[in-house]
Design a protein around this ligand. Structure first.
Ligand SMILES: *Cc1c(COP(=O)(O)O)cnc(C)c1O
Length: 396
């Protein structure tokens, strides 16, 4: 097919040319005297990205899911109780992993389209007088529904309840796109991956572990080996890895971090906010459709889930967008399968790239019989952006 593929799933995101070039390297000896220069650049940059002084960033050869498992098996003992809210496919999958690994999960069920309720976490933590809950899990950005939750409010709930549980945050589709603060929010483990805000191929599980979590890991009795924090932390102190790391991905990560800091993290977040506002304008004002996210306080700046009118099969819209217009949109998962499609807007993006995706989604929807006015999404998004000050990363 002629022309570019328009990749608008919420991960993998587009890899900028600059990062692609940085990854085009010859292999080198990962035990050489020169190697620590590369690993240290990555780890120092990650510490800055996670906004932590003493937290220990780690890079596992996995995807984000591997870091979920690392958090659970390093810090908990068999049968330990965890508290987690469920409001979408990703928060569900982490809970499912907890159960499959033999942990007991107290689940706070929330409607899909809403997020983590700090009040309900507080109630559950207060009720746990014996402190049986050892970890509190929260998915910062639920990629399945386009919902962002307030992690600082969950930390406040832990503090209000004077509860000592560790705080684990899934920031896979938020880190490097939406504000995240390891130290300010008292996060004990943050879990992320390479293929979303970091603009890299999948293949790196990126995580950060607090001193408190490392301490807990010393007495936690779950079995682990490949994902052992102590092995990884020990190796990182020397600038090496306990096993063979992917040199091209590390070179890409170093470049990605350099790009993020050149733009400035605050500017990166502001750009995501600005682009997301345009996508939401296209959906609501342009197309007259609803978001899956129920309320502005839940709106995600990295992914928008668009509800289709009843009777329209979302899977057909997505398949048609791909085959006919070379546009990849995200599908509805599990409970919302067929009912929505998702536009990923994270990473290396500008207005005109997004207008292409909006135009393609509009054409695919019209082909599938959805009564949206031609050009309405593009018009609403472009007018939204024109009315806003341009962010620093986009000619502002
Ligand atoms: C993508 C994603 C994951 C899974 O990450 P993988 O890298 O695919 O293992 C987990 N949580 C959230 C919120 C995600 O968006």
């Amino acid at each position: 097919m002629a022309g570019r593929n328009f990749l608008f799933v919420p991960g993998p995101s587009n890899v900028p040319d600059r990062i692609q070039r940085a990854m085009l390297v010859a292999m080198q000896d990962h035990r050489s005297a020169a190697f620590p220069e590369l690993s240290r650049a990555c780890l120092t940059g990650l510490q800055r990205l996670f906004r932590t002084e003493n937290g220990v960033p780690m890079i596992f050869p996995s995807s984000g899911t591997g870091c979920w498992e690392a958090a659970l098996t390093n810090c908990l003992s068999p049968g330990d109780r965890v508290l987690a809210a469920r409001f979408g496919q990703f928060s569900h999958l982490w809970i499912d992993m907890c159960q499959r690994l033999g942990f007991e999960v107290e689940i706070l069920e929330e409607e899909w389209g809403t997020g983590a309720s700090a009040e309900r976490y507080l109630t559950a933590l207060r009720a746990d007088r014996e402190h049986r809950i050892k970890a509190v899990l929260v998915c910062q950005n639920e990629t399945a529904t386009g919902v962002t939750s307030d992690v600082a409010a969950i930390r406040a709930a832990l503090d209000d309840a004077r509860h000592p549980a560790l705080l684990f945050v899934d920031s896979v589709s938020a880190l490097a796109s939406i504000d995240f603060r390891m130290d300010a929010w008292g996060v004990d483990v943050c879990v992320s991956g390479s293929q979303k805000g970091l603009m890299l191929p999948a293949g790196l599980g990126i995580t950060c572990v607090s001193v408190r979590a490392l301490e807990a890991a010393k007495s936690a009795r779950s079995r682990r080996c490949y994902f052992d924090y102590a092995d990884m932390a020990q190796a990182a102190r020397t600038g090496y890895f306990p096993y063979t790391p992917s040199i091209p991905l590390l070179c890409g990560l170093r470049e990605s971090l350099a790009m993020l800091f050149e733009e400035g993290l605050e500017h990166v977040f502001a750009r995501h906010q600005y682009l997301a506002a345009g996508v939401r304008a296209a959906v609501r004002e342009g197309w007259g459709l609803e978001l899956c996210a129920r309320d502005p306080k839940w709106y995600s700046d990295t992914v928008t889930a668009v509800m289709l009118p009843p009777g329209v099969d979302g899977a057909r819209v997505i398949a048609h967008a791909f085959r006919r217009y070379n546009l990849a949109l995200g599908a509805g998962l599990s409970k919302v399968a067929g009912k929505l499609f998702r536009i990923g807007h994270l990473g290396d993006l500008n207005e005109l790239m997004l207008l292409g995706a909006i135009a393609g989604a509009e054409m695919a929807m019209r082909d599938a019989g959805v009564q949206v006015r031609p050009g309405s999404g593009v018009a609403a998004a472009s007018e939204c952006w024109r009315a806003l000050p341009a962010p620093a990363g986009l000619g502002g």
